[in-house]
Structure formats: structure tokens, C-alpha cells
Design a binder for this molecule. Structure first.
Ligand SMILES: Cc1cc2nc3c(=O)[nH]c(=O)nc-3n(C[C@H](O)[C@H](O)[C@H](O)COP(=O)(O)OP(=O)(O)OC[C@H]3O[C@@H](n4cnc5c(N)ncnc54)[C@H](O)[C@@H]3O)c2cc1C
Length: 483
């Protein structure tokens, strides 16, 4: 379905009246609501039949029970900022962001927070900051994305490098399964008892779980079953993180918080191009940057075009930059560590900035650029979709060169940015999708130059292909979400 396909009027689904009788929240099957919820930040469009805005946990339970009775699939939704179609689906869309957005507790001693799933990340950060704490992962959609969606996607953001992914920062969750059970998903010797058959599944599949899953930090597409292993503490909460709503609904989550870093310094390093910048990443990681981000000169041009030349502070010369944030016990210590990192780099030029307005503006460019890149230089629609492709950082340079070679062969423009310290790349890749998908299909099935260079076909993970499959063996039939 394209953006121009009209939404057909539908006869009233019998489920609507039933939902309205039982729920406190809104049940909306108007064309307007269905159109509004037919898209997220991806290339896909799926029109739901009904949109439900639950007011309470009981509303969620009732809505899911009624959907199950009518065999209607359910897609849970937070901020809807997913790039791979994660937050759209047919049947019922359950938007938990509208009402279920309370921060229930912050415990400064334990450095934890308990939240409802619809809490927006920036609200949690504001509340935690008054205790000198923050939630570690921080996608650039922080002003809109919810904790439920972050857990659903196993979100990371620039500071995933130092604080880990959402999976590394979830203590436990209250979870509504597709069969209507409410389970507490945590970790520890008895954690797997929450899922019927899980302990046996793990015991019977130890070898594959140990060798195929969790081989590098950004291997986050699909199910992260390695967390279920005994040496990982049978961490069911972490394994359910990243399941994109396919195993049930998060009703509440206890999260780990981390201390805020005082006055981090920012080193901006200039290179000839993005691949050369990526080559330097392994040399910089030993300095333990809090964040190490890649920024294409073309992305900076996008910001200049949108906000004017004055919006971009002076950057060192280059066609691509690395932005390294470095902490320290004091501002002086952070600056000294940043200077050390610069001297160990192969950058052609560099600048080191203390914490302050200029550094903040540069980080804002990184954050804004991703959103503004929705249009090409000539004002055409640019498409998301090549998101979170991830390779071990030491292979990032050769991966990017291979990708550029493919793009050149097809005459495809694109601009790259991403969490280079984690080997994670986003590319606004301008497939001509408004005509057809032929070129995209050819591109996706072409032999991949980086695979011959890295000699390892299996070590690229990307969200390009779209949503996680519906629950298969790990979440056995009773937990399967949707008919
Ligand atoms: C410009 C841009 C930049 C981005 N940068 C980053 C980045 O740096 N790092 C990163 O990781 N991501 C990034 N993203 C992707 C996205 O913003 C994040 O993954 C974000 O955390 C998603 O949160 P959300 O509330 O929008 O979730 P949604 O998109 O609403 O949902 C995400 C998934 O979680 C599921 N879900 C939502 N709520 C629940 C619930 N209560 N129970 C069970 N499942 C649920 C949904 O079904 C869906 O599968 C970016 C996106 C854009 C558009």
C-alpha cells in the first residue's frame, strides 16, 4: 500500500462495541485514527482496524483478551519512532503512550526507576537528573520515544557504547503475555520458570545459543536468546528486550539508572571520508569514550540547508567526522583525556571542546541531522530503512567501503551516520521507492563487497528487512501474540 492509497471505509467491527463497553480508555475506528496509526518512522504503511488508547493496566488486559477472543492481532505502540515497521500492524494498535506514562518511583540509593511503558525518555531523564542520575541508552528521538518502545526495540543511542543497550539496563518487567498471563520477567536461578518450557528450551539448545547469539554488541536484530544462558544469569528480562511487542505487552518496568557525567569534553576529529573515520575507531576505543559517533559532511550540509549556515559551529576540515565524548572526575581531567585521544588518532584535523553551548550544538547537529535527512539536497523524499546495520567495529571501515562501492555501482546517493564506536551505521539510502522497488531488491540481493573483504558472511546485522518475525520457538504457543 502506498501513501496515496485511500483507506477503505470499513463496516463497524463487532469488537468495537465490546471494547467500548469494557474499557475506560478510547476505542477509535475512525478513518482519521486509522490513518494516523498506519505509519511509524519506517517506509511501511499498514492500516489498522482499531486504535485503542488504554487508560489503565486493566484496560490493556481487557483489550488483549477481547482481541484474543476475536483472533485479532495486536501491535503495541509507544512513540511510533521505529524505523523498520515495528510499531505498525493490522488489527488493533494499542497506544500506551497517551495515558500509561507515569514514573512510579525513583530510588536514588539503588539507582533504579519504575515506570509505566508510555513514559517518554526525556521525562525520565529530567526526573532522574534531580538525583544526579540518568537512563543510559539515549536514542536521538528522546523527546518522543517511550521506555516501552525502547525496551521493545532494545534501543541504544550514542551512549549505548558506555552504558549498554536497553537490555543491559532493564532489571525486571511486568509482562502481559498473549495468553493473558501476567508474569514478572527478571533474572536469576528461577527466572525461566516464568515461561513454560523455557528452561528445557535453553538446556536443549546451549551450543547454538552460545555460538550463534550475542557474538558482537550490536547484534540486536531478532531474539537475543543468549541472555537466557546460565552464565548470563538466566536473564529473561534482557531476552524479552528487543522482541518488538511480539511476545506480549510490557505493563511496567524497573530500570537501572547510572550516574550523570559531570562536564564531559568533546573531541571532534576530521577525516577524508566516513570509511577512513571508521578505520580509526579501534584505535580510539581504548580511551573508553562515553560516545563515539560518526557524522558525514553531507549530513551537516542537510542541517545547514534547513537551519542556515550559522547553525553549524566551525568543524575541523574533513568529509567525515568522529565525535568522541570523554568523561573525567573534573572538567580539566575530561579535557586532558580528550587531548590524549586526539593525539592517538589518525585524524587530519581535530578540535577539543569543553562541556558547554558549542559542544551541545554539535551534539544537536548529530541528533537533528538524522531527522532532517528525510529530504535529499534536491528536496526529494529520502527513505529510511538501512538502519542499524552493525559489524564488529574493527570491520566498520571495510564494510562502509563495500557499501559505498555498491551504492556507486547503482548510482544511489545516501548519507551515513551512526554509533561508530559500536560498529553501527544508519544510511539514508535514496532508493527510488516512489516509482517501484526493483532497484532496492537488486541492491539487497547483490553480492556484498564487504563480505568478501571481511570473509565472514554472517557478521552483519541490519534492521532493513523490517519487523521481527512473530514469536517462534522461544516463546511457545501460549505466549504467541496475535492469531
Ligand atoms: C531520527 C531517528 C533517530 C533514531 N535514533 C536511534 C538511536 O540512536 N538508537 C536507537 O536505538 N534507536 C533509534 N531510533 C529508533 C527509535 O526511535 C527507538 O528505537 C525508540 O526507542 C523507539 O521508541 P518508541 O516509543 O517510538 O517505540 P515504538 O516505535 O512505538 O515501538 C517500538 C517497538 O516496541 C514495541 N512496544 C512499544 N511499547 C511496548 C510495550 N508496552 N510492550 C511491548 N512492546 C512494546 C512496539 O510494538 C514496537 O515493536 C531512531 C529513530 C529515528 C526516527
Amino acid at each position: 500500500m502506498t501513501l496515496n492509497t485511500p483507506i477503505p471505509q470499513q463496516p463497524k467491527h463487532p469488537i468495537v462495541a465490546e471494547l467500548r463497553t469494557v474499557l475506560e480508555g478510547t476505542v477509535d475506528d475512525s478513518s482519521l485514527a486509522r490513518v494516523q496509526y498506519a505509519t511509524d518512522a519506517s517506509n511501511y504503511r499498514v492500516v489498522p482496524e482499531i486504535v485503542v488508547l488504554p487508560k489503565t493496566r486493566r484496560d490493556v488486559e481487557e483489550a488483549v483478551a477481547i482481541a484474543r477472543k476475536h483472533r485479532m492481532p495486536v501491535t503495541v505502540r509507544g512513540g511510533g519512532t521505529s524505523c523498520a515497521g515495528n510499531a505498525i500492524g493490522p488489527g488493533m494498535v494499542l497506544d500506551v503512550s497517551r495515558h500509561m506514562n507515569r514514573i512510579l518511583a525513583i530510588n536514588p540509593e539503588a539507582a533504579t526507576a519504575v515506570v509505566e511503558p508510555g513514559v517518554v525518555l526525556s521525562d525520565l531523564q529530567k526526573a532522574a537528573a534531580s538525583f544526579g542520575l540518568r537512563f543510559g541508552p539515549d536514542p536521538s528521538t528522546a523527546m518522543r520515544c517511550t521506555l516501552g518502545g525502547m525496551i521493545g526495540n532494545n534501543a541504544c543511542g550514542p551512549h549505548g557504547l558506555s552504558y549498554g543497550r536497553a537490555a543491559d539496563n532493564v532489571v525486571s518487567m511486568t509482562w502481559l503475555t498473549g495468553s493473558g498471563d501476567i508474569v514478572t520477567a527478571g533474572s536469576g536461578p528461577h527466572a525461566l520458570e516464568a515461561g513454560p518450557g523455557l528452561a528445557v528450551f535453553v538446556a536443549e539448545n546451549m551450543a547454538v545459543l552460545r555460538t550463534e547469539f550475542g557474538r558482537f554488541s550490536r547484534q540486536i536484530s531478532g531474539y537475543s536468546l543468549e541472555h537466557l544462558l546460565p552464565e548470563k544469569g538466566h536473564n529473561l528480562a534482557a531476552a524479552l528486550t528487543g522482541t518488538e511487542g511480539s511476545c506480549g505487552v510490557i505493563l511496567e518496568a524497573e530500570l537501572r539508572l547510572v550516574p550523570m557525567v559531570v562536564a564531559p569534553a568533546l573531541a571532534v576529529l576530521g577525516y577524508a571520508d566516513m570509511a577512513t573515520a571508521a578505520d580509526d575507531v579501534p584505535a580510539l576505543l581504548p580511551f573508553r569514550p562515553l560516545a563515539l559517533e560518526g557524522l558525514d559532511a553531507k549530513l551537516v550540509d542537510v542541517v545547514r540547508r534547513a537551519h542556515g549556515p550559522a547553525s553549524v559551529p566551525a568543524l575541523p576540515a574533513g568529509g567525515g567526522w568522529l565525535m568522541a565524548e570523554i568523561g573525567g572526575a573534573t572538567a580539566e581531567e575530561a579535557m586532558a583525556s580528550a587531548e590524549l585521544l586526539v593525539s592517538a588518532s589518525s585524524a587530519d584535523a581535530a578540535v577539543v571542546l569543553p562541556a558547554g553551548p558549542e559542544a551541545t550544538r554539535l551534539w544537536q547537529i548529530r541528533a537533528d541531522g538524522a531527522g532532517l535527512a528525510g529530504r535529499t539536497a534536491s528536496g526529494q523524499q529520502a527513505w529510511p530503512g538501512w538502519e542499524d546495520s552493525a559489524v564488529p567495529p574493527e570491520r566498520l571501515g571495510s564494510y562502509l567501503r563495500g557499501l559505498e562501492q555498491l551504492m556507486d555501482e547503482e548510482g544511489l546517493p545516501g548519507l551515513a551516520y551512526g554509533h561508530f564506536g559500536d560498529g553501527c551505521v544508519h544510511v539514508r539510502l535514496d532508493f527510488p521507492l516512489d516509482s517501484d522497488g526493483v532497484l532496492m531488491r537488486r541492491f539487497l540481493s547483490a553480492p556484498r563487497p564487504w563480505q568478501s573483504r571481511t570473509g565472514d558472511r554472517s557478521r552483519v546485522s541490519t534492521a532493513t528487512a523490517g519487523r521481527a518475525p512473530n514469536c517462534s520457538p522461544p516463546c511457545t504457543a501460549p505466549q504467541r501474540f496475535g492469531p
